[in-house]
Ligand binder design. Structure first.
Ligand code: G3H
Ligand code: 13P
Ligand code: NA
Ligand code: ZN
Length: 328
């Protein structure tokens, strides 16, 4: 059944688990996530970015998600709009039937320029008023997503600030977070704690302090009833990087957020964990390997089936690690 983010994350908070929110753009991603949830008895958050809506079209995404709900009626599913850049964008998603929206007022309508606090409060509060009137949940964002190591926001063509960020922009201020939640009444809050979008988060192997767990604790202590959201939570599986590079790819050395650090965050109030890059890497690795090993094959179903399996394996691992499994 389709559920709101609030319903799902309230349950996650009560039972102390986290829920991966996977980005979806096509059938294979939706199927991989649903099959993994079915196999592990996990609730699901499917989220569509502006890029996904541009790629597939909002109606196709909506119907893919509704098809998932129809085929797996026993699994709670949140249909979430990722990184809305204005109340108008969120309004369109609410009208389409999304059960949750993100109003990312930390950046302007271009998805690149950092905004000031008052702007963020204004657009987020307006979105909450509209969404709550329709039973739809809202995620806000306070702080600038960026790598604590490099100071960079990550993906060049995606959502994120341009150029190098100051160290104090990279960590959400706990007092400001408390004020923000009070002023906007958001259900969930995305915080900056050292992660960035995309595959290029860290240049060196992790040593256990990729995230500021201390900052997560401080924020959670100030706003214990607000569900914390971690964007940029891909772990960038080294085994899939190796497959991609073995079969014709050229991805430079790079590292993501270790699963164990995310699990530590979940112990301190993180309830929604955004993952996109890991499924992209797994599916690309599966396609490259299959086509390299089977050069005469041309039926897309042959390799898309393998991408589905590769993504499903990643999803199962996250559902189990985050404690989502068994909670559908
Ligand atoms: O917010 C970032 C997500 O990974 C979505 O990326 O805009 O390329 O679909 P995208
Ligand atoms: P990754 O790029 O780490 O997968 O993060 C995705 C995300 O935060 C989507 O909003
Ligand atoms: Na931000
Ligand atoms: Zn994000």
């Amino acid at each position: 059944a389709l559920v709101s983010m609030r319903q799902l994350l309230d349950h996650a908070a009560e039972y102390g688990y986290g829920v991966p929110a996977f980005n979806v753009n096509n059938l294979e991603q939706v199927r991989a996530i649903m099959e993994a949830a079915d196999a592990t008895d996990s609730p699901v958050i499917l989220q569509a970015s502006a890029g996904a809506r541009k790629y597939a079209g909002a109606p196709f995404l909506r119907h893919l998600i509704l098809a998932a709900v129809e085929e797996f009626p026993h699994i709670p599913v949140v249909m979430h709009q990722d990184h809305g850049t204005s109340p108008a964008v969120c309004q369109r998603s609410i009208q389409l039937g999304f059960s949750s929206v993100m109003m990312d007022g930390s950046l302007g309508e271009d998805g690149k320029t950092p905004t000031d606090y008052d702007y963020n409060v204004d657009v987020t509060r307006r979105t909450v008023e509209m969404a709550h009137a329709c039973g739809v949940s809202v995620e806000g964002e306070l702080g600038c997503l960026g790598s604590l190591e490099t100071g960079m926001a990550g993906e060049e063509d995606g959502i994120g600030a341009e150029g190098k960020l100051d160290q104090d922009q990279l960590l959400t201020d706990p007092e400001e977070a408390a004020e923000f939640v009070k002023a906007t009444q958001v259900d969930a809050l995305a915080i900056a704690i050292g992660t960035s979008h995309g595959a290029y988060k860290f240049t060196r192997p992790p040593t256990g302090d990729t995230l500021s767990i201390q900052r997560i604790k401080e924020i959670h202590a100030r706003i214990p009833d607000t569900h914390l959201v971690m964007h940029g939570s891909s772990s960038v599986p080294q085994e899939w990087l190796a497959v991609i590079n073995e079969f014709g790819g050229a991805i430079p050395e790079t590292y993501g957020v270790p699963v164990e650090e995310i699990v530590e965050g979940i112990k301190h109030g993180v309830r929604k964990v955004n993952i996109d890059t890991d499924l992209r890497l797994a599916s690309t690795g599966a396609v490259r390997r299959f086509l390299a090993e089977n050069p005469a094959e041309f039926d897309p179903r042959k390799y898309l089936k393998l991408t589905t399996q590769a993504m499903k394996d990643v999803c199962v691992a996250r559902y189990e690690a985050f404690g989502t499994a068994g909670n559908a």
